[in-house]
Design a protein around this ligand. Structure first.
Ligand SMILES: Nc1nc2c(ncn2[C@@H]2O[C@H](COP(=O)(O)OP(=O)(O)OP(=O)(O)O)[C@@H](O)[C@H]2O)c(=O)[nH]1
Length: 336
């Protein structure tokens, strides 16, 4: 009797839940934006599941379903390995990544009843452009669900073109590493009519249009009228370096999807939702065929990365009872 070949899981990646990884520099507003989106999506009767991957965060405003802090105690990790706070966070994530299969198992049990999985990450964005844990997490999610990256930028900190460029270089390297559909959320956007409020309540901070203009000029690749003005106020070396970097990144800018949002006022969230729909389409049209091509390679890399993290010398702390490295505990309930 002929045995039917097992269906190819990549051919049948479901359309939901959509997984959104919130990535961005410390203080850019990832957690606040995540809270805003949880509230917004739930008010539209969407079923949202939340995961926190920041082991050092103290308080979270949104309800967390899976929390790295229940599994890894980063202060104990710091003590155990003699690390500082940054190293403690990176190592905690590496340890957690070796258990990420458990997160996937939990998600697959819940998947049918979910529309979105939102994942908060630490401000140490090197997790996603150079550490193995970011790769393990992204690859594991992207072979199972439509997975997007939301790169949150603190608009107010990008008024200097050189800071803007350097933030975009980070974004570019994360896009390059994850290869996932990408949305840049320029956070702390000043909404229309908020001019009066900004004086009183200081919400929200700054219009994001100037960054859009800069990006448009970079995209057009020709006249740097506005960005050129801003750059000419920098020293000539920095200005010419930034100029040549921007030319080199033309391809990146031409494919970039960006929206201005305010996590505090909720401005721009509708645009963000539209961007998510477009990004999901991109996932289906571009990322899945890419995965199919690269599958063997990706799976081998993922295994190697997991093995490297759980390798002989690193396996010691996992099998040694580190206080705080308890078994995976979750709040097995989605909140509407
Ligand atoms: N005005 C304004 N402030 C914001 C906005 N979003 C976040 N903030 C503030 O920015 C600060 C940092 O916000 P968080 O959400 O903790 O930022 P984060 O990126 O999660 O920070 P890390 O956890 O350190 O990586 C907080 O004081 C927020 O209240 C916004 O849209 N407008």
């Amino acid at each position: 009797m002929e045995v039917e070949p097992a269906p190819d899981p990549l051919q049948s990646i479901p359309k939901s839940p959509v997984v959104v990884l919130m990535i961005g520099m410390a203080g850019s507003g990832k957690s606040t934006f995540m809270h805003r989106m949880v509230v917004r999506l739930q008010s539209k009767q969407k079923r949202v599941y939340t995961v926190n991957l920041d082991p050092a965060v103290r308080n979270l405003a949104y309800p967390v379903n899976i929390d790295i802090r229940d599994t890894v105690n980063y202060k104990e990790v710091m003590k155990h390995f003699g690390l500082g706070p940054n190293g403690g966070i990176m190592t905690s994530l590496n340890l957690f990544a070796t258990k990420f299969d458990q997160v996937l198992a939990i998600l697959s049990r819940r998947a049918e009843s979910l529309d979105y999985v939102l994942i908060d990450t630490p401000g140490q964005i090197e997790v996603f452009n150079w550490s193995a844990s970011g790769q393990i997490v992204c690859d594991a999610l992207a072979v199972s669900y439509p997975t997007l990256v939301c790169y949150v930028v603190d608009t107010a900190r990008c008024v200097k073109p050189v800071t803007f460029m350097s933030n975009m270089l980070y974004a570019c390297s994360i896009l390059y590493k994850t290869k996932l559909p990408f949305i840049i959320a320029f956070n702390k956007k000043l909404g229309r009519g908020a001019g009066e409020r900004i004086k009183v309540l200081r919400i929200d901070v700054i219009p994001h249009d100037f960054l859009k203009e800069w990006m448009e000029e970079l995209r057009r690749f020709r006249d740097f009228e506005k960005l050129g003005d801003a750059l000419s106020r920098e020293t000539s070396y920095v200005a010419s370096l930034a100029r040549s970097m921007s030319l080199a990144m033309e391809e990146f800018y031409s494919n970039l999807r960006s929206v201005g949002v305010s996590a505090v006022t909720g401005a721009g969230c509708e645009d963000f939702e539209k961007a998510m729909v477009e990004a999901c389409k991109e996932f289906e049209e571009s990322y899945v065929p890419f995965l199919l091509e690269q599958r063997r390679d990706l799976e081998a890399k993922r295994r190697a990365a997991v093995e490297e993290q759980a390798g002989p010398e690193k396996a010691v702390p996992l099998s040694t009872p580190i206080t705080g490295l308890s078994s995976m505990r979750t709040i097995e309930q989605t909140r509407r």
